[in-house]
Design a protein. Structure first.
Length: 372
């Protein structure tokens, strides 16, 4: 994909994550905070591993490839380029492009409110023919970029979405929508026949009405085979199968998560430092589920030491997280395999590759991609 460069952009200054901005944003948008590996020994027999090995990484302390904020999504084009969308706003919101070897290639679009410009681009999806669909949450609009990096279509949405899944491109997408305080359901089918997205229908659970529950709630979705859609609820660890018409065909609630904590949900009233961060269909009846787990939860689960309420637990913005990938049978919830990663698993790619994020000293975001 052709991308734009600006002379000297990102050079000569060090970019670091701004803790206050990041902490405030992630408290609302996603449960991701400062990340590093921790040396807690895994209990024997819990995870045999899935054979993932490090493939490529990108992000540096300064220079054009320095990510200004935590990554929120990672897309892969047909040609193998990686597109990184971050939690940044304004000029820093422009998506990054890295080639298949992890070398920086440029940025997409500009900063602003004009065609091809972004204010808060953190949601996207690859399209057939190496094009991209990138949604700006602040401007509630999606832009199609051609393989040459040119603006194709601009589609205005009526609200914010956190995920877009083309099911009959260029006419129809399913979106995971963001609760706006108004009644509605999590999954919405949009027709894209004009310049504004038209709501064709909605399905799934109703939005929470309690503000605190609304802030903590997230849904994640992945297209499957034979017209299926897989979704997961981060508050109840519930995996559902749907038709693309919105008909529920299966519901699975695993009895416990990867490290043995009973399934009592993952929200503020249960295990607040454990979060589901992604779901992806990886073939047949198998789905991959990404989890992030606070260091203190690992220590408590594996050492038997109760750290709840202890002064050793740091503020939320400074907690240390580990990532886990579960492969589960979507028909019965059985755990088929799992693997632990240093850093948060923030993206599971359709070819089963895994992308993790963590802060590398002295404090810059680093993305690592793993493959089997």
């Amino acid at each position: 994909m052709s991308v734009s460069r600006r002379e000297g952009e990102g050079m000569g200054k060090k970019k670091r994550v701004r803790p206050s901005t990041l902490a405030k944003l992630l408290a609302v948008v996603a449960p991701w905070v400062f990340v590093t590996s921790c040396a807690v020994e895994e209990p024997p027999g819990v995870a045999e591993g899935l054979g993932y090995v490090e493939s490529v990484g990108f992000g540096s302390l300064d220079g054009q490839d320095a990510l200004p904020e935590a990554p929120m999504d990672l897309l892969v084009t047909d040609s193998g380029d990686f597109i990184v969308l971050t939690a940044s706003r304004g000029a820093d919101s422009r998506p990054f492009v890295f080639d298949a070897q992890g070398s920086f290639s440029g940025r997409i679009g500009g900063a602003g409110e004009g065609p091809g410009e972004f204010a808060f681009a953190m949601v996207g999806t690859p399209l057939p023919g190496d094009s991209l669909l990138i949604h700006d949450m602040m401007q509630s609009r999606a832009t199609v970029f051609t393989p040459e990096g040119q603006v194709g279509r601009i589609i205005q949405f009526g609200g914010q979405v956190t995920e877009l899944i083309p099911i009959a491109w260029p006419d129809t997408v399913i979106a995971v929508v963001w609760p706006s305080g108004q009644p509605g359901r999590w999954y919405r089918v949009f027709g894209l026949g004009g310049t504004s997205a038209e709501t064709i229908g909605e399905f799934g659970p109703a939005f929470p009405t309690d503000f605190q529950a609304m802030v903590g709630a997230r849904r994640f979705a992945s297209p499957g085979t034979s017209g299926r859609l897989w979704t997961i609820d981060n508050l109840s660890y519930e995996l559902r199968g749907w038709t693309t018409h919105g008909d529920s065909v299966s519901v699975v609630r695993p009895e416990s998560n990867w490290f043995g904590i009973p399934n009592q949900g993952f929200g503020p009233d249960s295990v607040p430092e454990t979060h589901i961060v992604e779901v992806q269909h990886v073939g047949g009846d198998t789905v991959a589920i990404g989890l992030s787990v606070a260091r203190e939860v690992w220590q408590e689960a594996w050492s038997g030491i109760d750290l709840t309420g202890s002064e050793v637990i740091p503020p939320a913005a400074a907690q240390l997280y580990e990532g886990v990938i579960e492969f589960r049978d979507a028909t019965d919830g059985r755990l088929l395999g799992s693997q632990r990663f240093p850093g948060i698993v923030f993206a599971i790619l359709p070819d089963s590759r895994i992308a993790t994020y963590r802060l590398v000293e002295p404090g810059y975001p680093r993305i690592t991609v793993y493959e089997r």
